[in-house]
Each structure stands twice: as C-alpha cells, then as structure tokens.
Design a protein around this ligand. Structure first.
Ligand code: ZN
Length: 153
C-alpha cells in the first residue's frame, strides 16, 4: 500500500517554533484541507536533532545549485549518513562537482525535500501542492518561511 503525505518544514533546518506559533500554523493548514478525513491526521512534530524529510519515491534528481551538475544518490546518502552519525551538528559539506562548500539543505531537490527539527505533517492530504499564497500565509502564522514537501512512499 502506498501513502502520501503533505509536509511543511522551516527553511532553516535548526529552527523550531513555540507551541503557540505551531498551533496557529496547524490551524491555518487545517483550513486548507478539503475535509475532516484529511484533517484527522494533521500533526505538528518536534525533533531533538535534525531529521531528513525526504520525498520518498517522488525524488527524481539532486543537483548542485552552484554549477547545476547532477549529484549521485550514493554520494548524497553517504554525506547524510556521515552527518547523521554525528547527530547533525552541521549540514555543511563540499559538493564533488565544483568543490563549493554548502549546506545539504541548499541542494536542488526535485521533488523538494529537506532537513528539519520541526514539521507539520498531513497523511493523505487529498489535495495537491499548497499555492504560493497558501504557503505564505502559513509561514506568517508560524513566523518563519516554509518549504513544502510531497512525500510518496
Ligand atoms: Zn557543483
């Protein structure tokens, strides 16, 4: 059985909201869902350390924002697990294509994914991407810009 999730994460991987701000954002997101079935599973989650918020089977390509070269998933997985083992004190690394140092969170993920210590997750959202306007009003409620991720497992 396959599952779909709509997940929003702060643009800054280390940032966490207050409970109040998270509650406001969750309420706003809830209002963007089509029905109670979709709303039922909505959940705000805090993580002690940074977690990978991947898009599952939706991932088609990872590329370098500096030189646009495609990065292999083997390189990416090794870079992530090295930092994961250390508890993600940093996401910085040197890309193999052009040698520029950058955050793993800054790579170009198609479809989007990222890293976060906070997320709001909706299983079976029964809708497509949030519009730019919706994402902006959600970010206003949370007090921090957001990235959205559609997960297909
Ligand atoms: Zn590059």
């Amino acid at each position: 059985m396959s599952d779909n999730y709509l997940t929003v994460i702060p643009v800054d991987p280390y940032w966490q909201p207050s409970k109040d701000a998270a509650g406001r954002a969750a309420a706003v997101l809830s209002g963007m869902l089509p029905d109670d079935d979709a709303r039922r599973g909505l959940e705000a989650k805090w993580h002690d350390s940074v977690e990978v918020v991947d898009c599952g089977a939706n991932l088609e390509r990872i590329s370098c924002p500096h030189c646009a070269a495609e990065l292999t998933t083997d390189w990416w997985a090794a870079a992530v697990s090295e930092r994961y083992d250390a508890g993600f004190p940093t996401l910085l690394g040197r890309v193999p294509c052009c040698g520029v140092e950058m955050s793993l969170n800054a790579l170009v993920y198609d479809w989007p994914m990222g890293f976060a210590r906070f997320r709001i997750e909706v299983p079976c959202p029964d809708r497509a991407w949030l519009t730019d306007e919706e994402l902006a009003s959600l970010a206003d409620a949370l007090g921090h810009p957001l990235r959205q991720i559609l997960v297909h497992t």
